[in-house]
Ligand binder design. Structure first.
Ligand code: DP6
Length: 326
């Protein structure tokens, strides 16, 4: 009863920030993302009669109790579906920094969903896998699929239609995403905590929810017409709007550091010189630069020179989550 799965993180072009139902982890807004080939998480799950307690080894080390608890709680969903009671040993390895705004929970829970459901003997559709992954982490529902992916809020109270769908696969459009790493430290406020805090205290939260509808429609159209300036402009707008709503919570959430602003400035300067590049930023200090392959080398070099940038990771559209053998 052991399976291994490989999942890639994704970066949202239209962001998920807000929960309609924290218990089922239903998103309050839809989102659109791009799955990334170069980054991955590989997870192995083994259910066994002899295993007394669920455990998680993360990047070769014993995970903190809080993380083990989150995984154990998540495995309960799969155990219930499969009608098994066995505890599990889980190991998970990332080839990138964990918990620093690089969407590690997306690839972690997508790989865990596929590995655990297979190890439990379940044979599930991609839609069902996406629904289960969502209960682990909202962004993980998108990483089940490759390429351009849209997460739906759904209408049903049980969350069965709050799943992701693929808009276009990873071969559709050869965009690049350069991640400028400024810090590899884990963030203080997790996305989940930050969202709940924002929804309770920001006076702009309602406006954020309402206005994301239009961003989703426009982003879908930009993807379907392969309109890069449009895609970049909407992504930047939506990202700044999300950070504005986070900052307007009480107390305000600020995920940026001085290098974050320096990178934004550098990207806007490049645009003034007609280099097509746009940014997006998640719940962390790293900046992700969206560009076309023709401009990537020059943009990468410029970002590398910005003070506070430790390294730049070049990413391309990647595939969905796959089983890596048993
Ligand atoms: C800023 O998916 O990590 O990256 O559902 O609570 O696990 P939980 O949140 P998570 O939030 C991701 C937030 C974001 C935007 C996005 O990826 O859409």
């Amino acid at each position: 009863m052991q399976s291994t799965a490989k999942a890639h993180p994704n970066i949202a072009l239209v962001k998920y920030w807000g929960k309609a139902d924290p218990r089922l982890n239903l998103p309050a807004v839809g989102s659109i993302s791009l799955t990334l080939r170069e980054l991955h998480t590989i997870s192995t799950v083994r259910f066994g009669e002899e295993i007394e307690k669920d455990n998680l080894i993360l990047n070769g080390r014993q995970a903190a109790d809080k993380q083990v608890e989150r995984v154990s709680h998540f495995l309960d969903i799969i155990r219930k579906m499969a009608g098994i009671g066995h505890r599990a040993r889980v190991s998970s390895e990332n080839n990138f920094p964990t918990g620093a705004g690089l969407a590690s929970s997306a690839s972690a829970f997508a790989s865990l969903t596929v590995a655990a459901s297979s190890a439990a003997g379940l044979n599930l559709s991609p839609g069902k896998l996406s629904e289960i992954a969502r209960m682990g982490s909202g962004s993980a529902a998108r990483s089940i699929f490759g390429g351009f992916v849209e997460m739906k809020t759904g209408q049903k109270a049980d969350g069965s239609d709050a799943v992701a769908i693929q808009l276009e696969d990873e071969h559709y459009w050869d965009l690049q995403l350069l991640i400028a790493i400024t810090s590899e430290q884990e963030k203080e406020t997790t996305s989940g905590e930050g969202m709940i805090h924002t929804s309770r205290t920001s006076p702009f939260y309602g406006k954020w929810l309402y206005s994301s509808q239009r961003d989703l429609e426009e982003m879908r159209a930009a993807v379907f017409t392969r309109n890069f300036p449009r895609l970049g402009e909407i992504a930047e707008h939506n990202c700044l709007k999300m950070h504005a709503v986070m900052m307007s919570a009480r107390p305000g959430l600020i995920y940026w550091t001085p290098p974050t602003l320096e990178i934004i400035r550098s990207i806007r300067n490049m645009r003034r010189r007609d280099i097509p590049v746009y940014f997006t930023i998640d719940a962390g200090p790293q900046v992700k630069a969206l560009c076309t392959p023709q401009a990537a080398a020059e943009i990468g070099k410029t970002l590398q020179r910005v003070e506070g940038v430790k390294r730049v990771i070049e990413c391309t559209p990647g595939p969905g989550t796959t089983l890596a053998g048993n």
